[in-house]
Design a protein around this ligand. Structure first.
Ligand code: PRP
Ligand code: URA
Length: 205
């Protein structure tokens, strides 16, 4: 498994605002779209493309077009905040949803919904802004591999070292892109320094 932490001053700036407890839901949603666009650019850097001819108003020129369907698998709820940005950026995208919820007492995740498009021979981007214990992401990534995916990336905004280790141990071929590798989990399994409960901040719950 490889871990890529985005090192970019714009990403750092967006994170400073996402972490700020004074940031309201509307701005929070906007910032999460902005940081997602930086993550998806990294995760698609090696996507195959094919040559094509395009007639500009000036002359005909050779260009390149993307040649691969990408599947986004959003871990509902918080992962939904990352879907629209990716769908808007890429020409051929299918979207799957897997609902996961952590028990508030034990922090153990259980799945309550799953709808996936075909995954074979496609780049699969599993998206969830928070990786804490790794329980939610590990279950979803297992489901995705079980459904035939072989090329899987996990796009995340804030990761805890504990969650990274879980994914690292379970999925040797997985590639993780995150905007921040934070310090640790607290005793309630929230990320420190983190940004609180992403879903609650996103949807004002
Ligand atoms: C959050 C987050 C991840 C999960 C991470 O979701 O969006 O899915 O916790 O924690 P883990 O790594 O310990 O599993 P939550 O369960 O709070 O549900 P929500 O998205 O509906 O708010
Ligand atoms: N889920 C969140 O939204 N935040 C955390 O810090 C941990 C899990």
């Amino acid at each position: 498994m490889s871990l890529h932490v985005i090192k970019h001053p714009v990403a750092d700036h967006i994170l400073s605002l996402l972490r700020d407890e004074r940031t309201g839901a509307a701005e929070f949603r906007n910032l999460s779209r902005q940081v997602t666009s930086l993550l998806v650019m990294e995760a698609t850097r090696d996507l195959p493309s094919v040559p094509t001819e395009v007639k500009t108003p000036m002359e005909t020129t050779r260009c390149r077009k993307l040649d691969r369907t990408v599947v986004v698998v959003a871990i509902v709820r918080a992962g939904m905040s990352m879907v629209e940005t990716i769908v808007d950026l890429l020409p051929s995208v299918a979207v799957g949803f897997i609902g996961m919820e952590r028990d508030e007492e034990t922090a153990e995740a259980h799945s309550y919904y799953c709808k996936l498009p075909p995954l074979k021979d496609r780049r699969v981007l599993v998206v969830d802004p928070m990786l804490a214990t790794g329980g939610s992401a590990a279950q979803v990534i297992s489901m995705v591999y079980d459904q035939g995916a072989t090329d899987v990336n996990f796009l995340n905004i804030v990761a805890a070292p504990e969650g990274v280790k879980v994914l690292q141990d379970k999925f040797p071929d997985l590639i993780i892109y995150t905007a921040s590798l934070d310090r640790e989990l607290n005793d309630k399994k929230y990320i420190l320094p983190g940004l609180g409960d992403f879903g609650d901040r996103l949807y004002g719950t």
